[in-house]
Design a protein around this ligand. Structure first.
Ligand code: SAH
Length: 218
């Protein structure tokens, strides 16, 4: 079956985390794209989802979720715990996250995509996903703190709200524009807390290409 083949390829290319591979194998990616693109749904490529946005490559979705699994809160010992995703898009990544999370709050700033994701995810019948129409730069204080925060759009800074809403021990993974402004890299931030004092430890990984993180809603 094409989904299994996609997952085997990702595994051969170095994605080792069994739980992430299983979650990817469990989501029908073709149900999240236009029917004209469905035949490409199990290739490792990003695809247009309308409104100038794209669904990320499965290898990048897998890589980022595997990175998130390195978080250290109690809830993250058995999965991703409470997750916030910024950039719902078509809802594909939210569905993969939901398979590994206690619950997922996913925020989208474009109303038509928020509505599309609602339909897509109703079909996928994931009960532990809450979709929010809003500016993800503000996070979602009403459901904070989060064990895991993942962004599908890259900005020049990390919004303070994301750090404020990250639980002690929690981990954030996001694409970020490099200081020179010439590209994006994946950034991991760990919230360490010692004697009640918070420290945010940041590391940078490989270059990536995501749509820009924008402000406000449309
Ligand atoms: N995870 C998505 C990828 C969508 S692309 C999927 O599986 O389909 C990234 C999305 O981030 C776009 O839909 C874009 O509109 C959205 N985005 C950009 N800036 C945002 C912000 N400030 N708040 C919420 N969503 C944002």
């Amino acid at each position: 079956m094409v989904r299994q083949r996609m997952v085997r390829r990702l595994q051969q290319d170095g994605l080792r985390d069994e739980r992430v591979l299983q979650a990817l194998a469990g989501v029908f990616r073709h149900e999240f794209v236009d029917s004209a693109l469905a035949i490409q749904a199990y290739e490792d490529t990003s695809l247009p989802i309308g409104h100038g946005q794209t669904i990320s490559k499965p290898s990048v979705v897998g890589r980022m979720i595997a990175m998130l699994m390195g978080g250290a809160t109690a809830a993250q010992q058995s999965g991703l715990g409470r997750v916030m995703e910024i950039g719902t898009g078509c809802g594909y990544q939210a569905a993969v996250l939901a398979a590994m999370a206690r619950h997922v709050v996913s925020i989208e700033r474009l109303k038509p995509l928020h509505d599309k994701a609602k339909l897509n995810l109703a079909a996928a019948a994931r009960a532990n996903i809450r979709l929010i129409y809003g500016d993800g730069r503000l996070g979602f204080a009403g459901a904070a703190p989060f064990d895991s925060i993942i962004a599908a759009a890259g900005g020049e800074d990390l919004p303070q709200a994301w750090l404020d809403q990250l639980a002690p021990g929690g981990r954030l993974v996001a694409p970020m524009v490099t200081p020179g402004g010439r590209g994006q890299v994946l950034v991991v931030v760990d919230h360490r807390q010692e004697a009640g004092v918070s420290r945010f430890v940041r590391s940078e990984y490989e270059a990536v290409l995501f749509v820009p993180l924008k402000s406000g809603v449309m």
